[in-house]
Write a protein that binds this ligand. Structure first.
Ligand code: FEO
Ligand code: CA
Ligand code: CA
Length: 659
């Protein structure tokens, strides 16, 4: 999702740059009047064109000629790079096919109604592929490489792109009429996730609509709460005095697939779904403030009282968790796993450590919030799936402190240890988990530049942290080295002895992102990185079976970078380290999510999120984009169809390994 913002139905539906300072009250920052636009390419080109690229790079081959650099390349990747740019279509490297697999509104079940954008309904949407696909995971069935379950998060909805007849343009800005109950219920059905069988037929993936495991999960699906906070008084509501039964999951950003083949959905920007007010002296007031609750970007609370905190003050404590879905049973109740803490969960990618315990890396996507990891108490049993099904209920949650000398310390969030005591408002581990951010504040974790996906690399024992941007940073430190960090950076964590459960390690910056030609940006891609190869705003990542890193981005099209978001291959080893090249790019207005490469490395599934959301700055459109006047009608290019978020399957022409 763009910069923590949901479309605001009460002001404008357009996703706006978040100008808030972040919600972390610790540390010394003031509200700056700094805007990301200052770092726009156009802005820099006016003033600083004369500076050469060399001064902004650190590659050991920085002083070689272009020809020498090419010859010395030790890149782990080999594909013809896509030309960066902006247009209405998507583009993949030459020699590859990018085939649309599932679009918003496509049938998930054989008996689902056909997509009819002019006559949408909640009942239809509950049987169709949801909106704004984000995380994508692939779970093979029966060990087959050509048959499996695709699991896809539907993070949020863009009303101005989804519904006809609701937009007016005022002073060049989009205004959307407030949602009625019917629209709210369609939106709720378009959230959540999809589990769908897919199969490769004649080299092309296709959905299996009569797949016995196909499933839609929505903002109304019944879920159970498990782990240390289950049943706690702060999770009890009028409708659920047990504190263990919740309806729905929302704003599911990235996620994960566990080693035992369950689907993880991370609840991220939950604040935008709640309205109403709490009295200032309410016991949950500080808790909610730390998460920015409420923000009322959606009208759900008007028709569903649980989303109005003045009517049900505990419902918001039941969101912001990691959700685990047993995809092998379509009737299973998804579980909110409270042991992994409550915050704006970006994702939860996991790895089996040397001793068999499983480690989940967790980012909290807010300016000045933290990097976490969770280590299970039990060990993974590869021979007994059932034995792993509650591994996520017991373990230790840690938050990271990045020292300036290059060490990283993982600090346990355990009730009774250090400041996490009753005196500070933590009466139990449940309190520590419900208010994870406040607990981490007290442990003096390092406030980061918006931690997004964190991808462990089982081949090297390292992990890659995507830090997408933070234009409000006024004081740099070693791990967040740029003030007004408009383009983000990637940190590489080297766990002690390659042990993912370690409580200490070291870290390095893999790359500071942005255009290396603009010295003030301070980007550090290698000099082998071409004009197409650099990117800003790293968001999601994947590591393939060879241990190679792939990075997808969110926000390049908003920053006037001359390129849309996309999927980049980034070298991490040897002299090519820090070299990036563009493999795939999305249509105008879109964001690149969910990169998921199959174990045999023959298919890359990618999620094109909110295509057509924007186009004001693109010469091909040059005005606001909305249902009746879209900057692109990808992927159908049919005047009767709106633009549609979609999952794309990328394969090599003639078959074979990608990249
Ligand atoms: Fe939904 Fe942090 O991106
Ligand atoms: Ca994301
Ligand atoms: Ca990932």
């Amino acid at each position: 999702m763009r910069d923590q913002q949901t479309p605001n139905i009460f002001r404008t539906s357009k996703l706006e740059e978040a100008d808030g300072p972040g919600l972390n009250p610790t540390g010394n920052r003031t509200m700056g009047e700094i805007i990301a636009a200052r770092f726009s390419r156009r802005g820099f080109l006016k003033g600083s064109m004369a500076v050469t690229a060399i001064s902004a790079t650190v590659s050991p081959i920085a002083l070689l000629s272009a020809g020498d650099a090419q010859a010395s390349s030790a890149s782990a990747f080999n594909f013809p790079e896509v030309t960066a740019g902006v247009d209405a279509n998507h583009h993949v490297a030459e020699g590859y096919d990018a085939d649309v697999l599932l679009r918003w509104g496509d049938k998930v079940f054989a008996d689902a109604p056909d997509f009819d954008p002019a006559n949408q309904s909640e009942a239809a949407q509950e049987r169709q592929f949801g909106y704004n696909n984000d995380f994508v995971g692939f779970i093979p069935l029966d060990g087959a490489a050509d048959r499996g379950l695709l699991v896809v998060n539907h993070e949020y909805t863009n009303e101005h792109l989804m519904f006809p007849g609701i937009v007016t343009i005022k002073d060049g800005e989009i205004e959307v009429t407030e949602a009625d109950e019917t629209r709210v219920n369609i939106e709720m059905a378009a959230h959540g996730g999809t589990v769908i069988e897919i199969r490769k037929v004649d080299g092309k993936w296709q959905p299996v609509l009569d797949g016995a495991l196909n499933r839609r999960i929505t903002a109304k699906t019944e879920m159970a709460v498990s782990g240390p906070a289950a049943g706690h008084a702060r999770l009890q509501t009028v409708a659920d005095p047990s504190g263990t039964k919740v309806f729905g999951t929302i704003n599911n950003c990235a996620g994960g697939v566990t080693p035992w083949g369950t689907y993880i959905m991370a609840e991220e920007n939950i604040h935008g779904y709640f309205m109403g007010e709490l009295p200032a002296d309410h016991p949950e007031a500080a808790n909610y403030e730390r998460l920015g609750i409420p923000e009322a970007t959606y009208a759900w609370g008007k028709y569903h009282e649980r989303f109005d905190i003045s009517k049900d003050s505990n419902e918001a404590n039941r969101f912001g968790w990691i959700v685990e879905v047993d995809v092998m049973d379509p009737a299973s109740t998804p579980k909110k796993r409270t042991a992994l803490g409550r915050f704006k969960h970006e994702g939860a990618e996991s790895v089996v450590a040397k001793d068999g315990r499983v480690v989940f890396y967790l980012g909290d996507d807010e300016r000045f919030d933290y990097v976490y990891k969770f280590v299970t108490a039990g060990t993974y049993n590869p021979d007994d799936r059932a034995a792993n099904m509650d591994l996520l209920d017991e373990g230790t949650l840690y938050v990271a402190r990045f020292h300036d000398d290059g060490r990283v310390e993982w600090l346990p969030l355990v009730h009774g240890e250090g400041p996490l005591t009753e005196a500070n408002g933590f009466a139990s581990q449940a309190d520590v988990l419900i208010e994870t951010r406040r607990a981490a504040d007290l442990l003096e974790a390092t406030p980061m530049d918006r931690p997004e996906d964190i991808q462990p690399n089982p081949v090297t024992g390292r992990a890659y942290v995507m830090l997408t941007n933070n234009t409000k940073r006024e004081e740099a430190n070693a791990a967040n080295p740029r003030v007004e960090n408009a383009f983000g950076h990637i940190i590489e964590i080297i766990e002690q002895d390659g042990d993912f459960t370690a409580t200490t390690g070291t870290w390095e910056i893999l790359v500071k992102c942005g255009d290396p030609k603009i010295a003030e940006v301070g980007a550090t891609f290698s000099t082998e990185t071409t004009v197409n190869g650099w990117f800003g705003m790293p968001d999601n990542a994947a590591v393939d079976s060879d241990g190679r890193l792939w990075v997808s981005t969110d926000g390049n099209s908003m920053g006037d970078t001359g390129r849309t978001d996309g999927l980049w291959a980034v070298d991490t080893e040897g002299s090519a380290r820090g070299t990036s090249r563009l493999f795939y790019r999305v249509p105008v207005g879109g964001e690149m999510c969910g990169p998921c490469i199959t174990e045999d490395m023959t298919t890359f599934f990618v999620a094109v999120q909110h295509p057509g959301d924007g186009g004001d700055d693109w010469e091909g459109h040059g005005r606001p984009s909305y249902y009746e006047d879209l900057s692109t009608r990808w992927p159908d290019f049919d005047d009767a169809m709106p633009v549609r978020p979609a999952v794309v399957a990328i394969t090599r022409q003639g078959g074979g390994r990608i990249g």
